[in-house]
Design a protein around this ligand. Structure first.
Ligand code: DHB
Ligand code: FE
Length: 284
């Protein structure tokens, strides 16, 4: 939980920083073809389902105007990436990976940043002196569907700190903190030292948080590691790993938890957590 006042007070900044990061990622994204028939089909169906909701629930003029105001605020505060990744991305991911046979993926979320420090197969993520939290050693192997260990694997890893905050988004955290790009060894093995992340709470001070509060929902995601695992000739896996027994596993606001993605960490004699996960990649 964000226990210090700075964490809570500065959370709103994360939404607008996520919009900046999204704009800067334009060059790396696949472009959607401007196919008129496709746009007609999807846009018309989407609007028609909104019309159905208005009819079914007798949405009033006052509610319609309140929604308009709220949508304006989501845009002005830069929270569209945050809102969409938390409430919509999980279904896009489900559809996109429905033909995969390897490890389960899940949402990328709004807090990925490219170009992080390259690290060897056995590595410690960049962290502050006296970085808060419990030490974690996360190790495993990357193989192909069928079992062949893969050479040339990159594991791009990023996660929140022990206050549930991400470097590059919440201010006051050094650039690149708890982020790195690990190259696994020739047999796909890796061992990454870091600090256990805390659960993440959607900033309460922006329109996404206001909607959540107004609806009486909670704004939490269980503690997680983000990973993008890639190797030449294989489909890039975007996933997250969670921790057995962690809070919010059964009620993730982003609906991004899958049972296959829950790590069973063991605690060593010195208190260090050890977790293992073997990734399986699909060929392209
Ligand atoms: C959001 C934040 C995350 O850390 C994440 O993994 C997914 C979504 C969000 O605030 O939208
Ligand atoms: Fe996250």
């Amino acid at each position: 939980m964000p226990t210090n006042t700075q964490a809570v007070a500065t959370a709103a900044h994360s939404g607008s920083a996520a919009t900046e990061a999204f704009r800067e990622s334009a060059g790396r994204r696949e472009t959607a073809a401007a196919d008129s028939a496709r746009i007609d089909l999807v846009a018309r169906d989407l609007l028609s389902r909104i019309h159905d909701v208005i009819r079914e629930h007798h949405v009033t003029y006052a509610e319609y105007q309140a929604v308009k105001q709220w949508l304006i605020e989501v845009g002005q505060s830069g929270e569209w990436p945050l809102f969409l990744d938390v409430f919509v991305e999980h279904v896009v991911e489900e559809v996109a990976t429905s033909d995969c046979h390897g490890s389960r993926g899940t949402i990328e979320g709004p807090y990925y940043l490219p170009g992080q420090v390259p690290l060897p197969a056995t590595a410690t993520l960049p962290m502050r002196d006296g970085e808060k939290g419990e030490p974690l050693v996360f190790a495993g192997q990357v193989r192909a569907v069928g079992g062949t260990p893969l050479p040339g694997v990159q594991l791009d890893i990023w996660h929140a700190d022990a206050d549930g905050l991400y470097s590059g988004f919440a201010p006051g955290i050094p650039a690149g903190n708890l982020r790195g790009v690990v190259t696994a060894d020739e047999a796909g093995h890796f061992e990454i030292r870091t600090m256990l992340p805390a659960p993440y709470e959607i900033p309460k001070d922006g329109p996404t948080g206001q909607l959540i509060a107004a609806a009486g929902w909670h704004a939490w995601r269980p503690a997680h590691l983000h990973l993008m695992v890639s190797a030449p000739g294989y489909r890039k896996l975007t996933t997250q790993l969670y921790f057995d027994g962690g809070q919010w596993l059964d009620s993730d606001v982003a609906q991004a938890v899958k049972p296959e993605l829950i790590l069973r960490a063991q605690t060593g004699p010195d208190g260090t957590r050890h977790a293992r996960y073997d990734f399986v990649l699909d060929p392209t």
